[in-house]
Design a binder for this molecule. Structure first.
Ligand code: PHE
Length: 455
């Protein structure tokens, strides 16, 4: 019976497992491994973790449910979906446009970090960049970032790989690949954790991650936590709307979103458990920023038995995590181009890859040729990261919450969330609606204005 749905011509996910793998694949990414541990380290450990948890539950989860529901109901790209569901003449579709812009900005710097990760897989195989002296690992990182060709070409390879997977389609590309990669990711990560927990200072590392200290928490830290929650859950920019449009009609959206949230959190925590005990055991500072992954960790690995193998495992699992996220980022503009301009999928992918490569080059070169170019004290790379995570995603999130909460309306929302009443989860839908109406916009708004120093 399901096969006769009117959507059969549109590509989409084919099973509950496929939906979970792809959606989790989008959520899990560099955010868990490159941002989460570093931000937790820099902002006081468990205190930050707690705020991040609250942001995820109160804001992230409702917005994720709203996006998935909107996307599935409209079965269209975010711009068209919002145009279809908004009252005539109201320009809500602009939220989709902002989202597409955010996707490009994120991909510009994200693809470069993925490129570094790929280079480090190679370096792990070679055994280079592995030294117990952090000055040496720092020099290795600086040499890579400072080399314009390595930075550019590795980024292009990443974009080609992602484009190549997307050409195979939603079910044949995204779903098939993430279904294979996600279990592998958990396996590798769990292995690293078991190893890390046997180290001398494991307890100190765990205490850092789980014992709250609120002395470092201020408005900017809360903004960072909210920004991270949005970035982590791939929300505020239409990614989840796009994926929602590929969901099957019978998919239980709140359950799926909840599962993805929990599994994504598990990956972040496992990454923290794998990283911090090792960092403490060898006397490094946890507050190392993004260089934690590329400078501190190789120095840690160098002091461990089988260090080279561990480093290889770590960078392979990071690449795996990043692939699912990149697929979902690139899919957003690809779907817009295929639906709006009627471009064949491979052509749309080619156009989008080229369009990412331009701002991408700005990020790739911000460690070398463009190192001196700064806006508001930030390099091009850091600027893309800041503008997307701390501005575009939260603004997009507020607007999506307002749209689902007020414009689309209670009746339509509950009906869509409950699959036309079959799920009997209307009570839950009302709770989500209340969060979308009153909690998310207010919380995000206040935190944003405060964190930016406006109030
Ligand atoms: N959620 C991904 C991560 O944590 C990043 C991402 C953001 C992906 C926005 C898609 C959209 O790495």
């Amino acid at each position: 019976m399901a096969a006769t749905r009117p959507t059969t011509k549109r590509d989409g996910f084919t099973s509950t497992l496929g939906v979970l793998a792809a959606t989790l694949g989008s959520a899990v990414g560099l955010g868990n491994i490159w941002k989460f541990p570093a931000l937790t380290g820099a902002n006081g450990g468990a205190g930050f973790l707690l705020i991040y948890l609250l942001a995820t539950l109160l804001v992230g989860l409702p917005v994720m449910i709203a996006e998935l529901t909107l996307g599935r109901h409209a079965r269209a790209n975010p711009i068209r979906a919002l145009r279809m569901l908004a009252p005539p003449g109201q320009p809500w579709w602009l939220v989709g446009v902002i989202g597409m812009l955010a996707a490009f900005l994120i991909m510009a710097f994200y693809s470069e970090v993925v490129a570094w990760v790929f280079v480090y897989v190679w370096k792990s195989l070679e055994g280079s960049a592995l030294s117990s002296d952090p000055a040496v690992t720092e020099a290795a990182f600086a040499a890579m970032v400072g080399n314009p060709w390595v930075s550019l070409v590795s980024q292009w390879l990443v974009l080609l790989l992602i484009g190549g997977i997307l050409v195979k389609g939603v079910a044949g590309g995204i779903e098939a690949v993430t279904k294979r990669l996600m279990p592998l990711l958990f396996l590798l990560l769990a292995g690293l954790c078991v190893f890390s927990l046997t180290l001398d200072e494991a307890a100190a590392g765990l205490a850092f991650l789980f014992k709250p200290d609120f002395s470092k928490v201020d408005a900017a830290v809360v903004l960072t936590a909210v920004g991270l929650a949005f970035f982590k859950m791939s929300i505020g920019m239409g990614t989840m709307m796009t994926y929602g449009s590929y969901f099957r009609s019978e998919q239980n959206i709140p359950l799926t979103a909840g599962r993805v949230m929990v599994a994504d959190l598990a990956v972040s925590l496992l990454a923290g458990i794998a990283i911090f005990p090792a960092v403490f055991t060898f006397g490094f500072e946890p507050t190392a920023g993004p260089s934690l992954v590329f400078i501190t960790l190789p120095a840690v690995f160098a002091q461990l038995p089988f260090g080279q193998v561990l480093m290889l495992v770590f960078f392979i699992l990071t690449s795996i995590a990043a692939i699912g996220a990149m697929l979902s980022l690139l899919e957003v503009p690809v779907l817009v181009l295929t639906e709006r301009l009627g471009l064949p999928r491979p052509l749309a992918i080619g156009v989008c890859v080229l369009a990412v490569a331009v701002p991408g080059a700005g990020c790739a070169l911000s460690g070398s040729v463009l190192a001196g170019v700064r806006v508001a004290g930030l390099t091009f790379f850091d600027l893309m990261d800041f503008v997307s995570s701390n501005l575009l995603l939260p603004v997009g999130g507020i607007l999506i919450a307002l749209f689902a909460g007020y414009v689309w309306g209670r009746a339509a929302f509950t009906r869509a969330v409950s699959n036309g009443g079959t799920l009997r989860n209307e009570g839950l839908a009302v709770v989500v609606l209340v969060l979308l109406r009153y909690v998310s916009p207010l919380l995000i708004g206040v935190v944003m204005l405060n964190g930016l120093g406006i109030i």
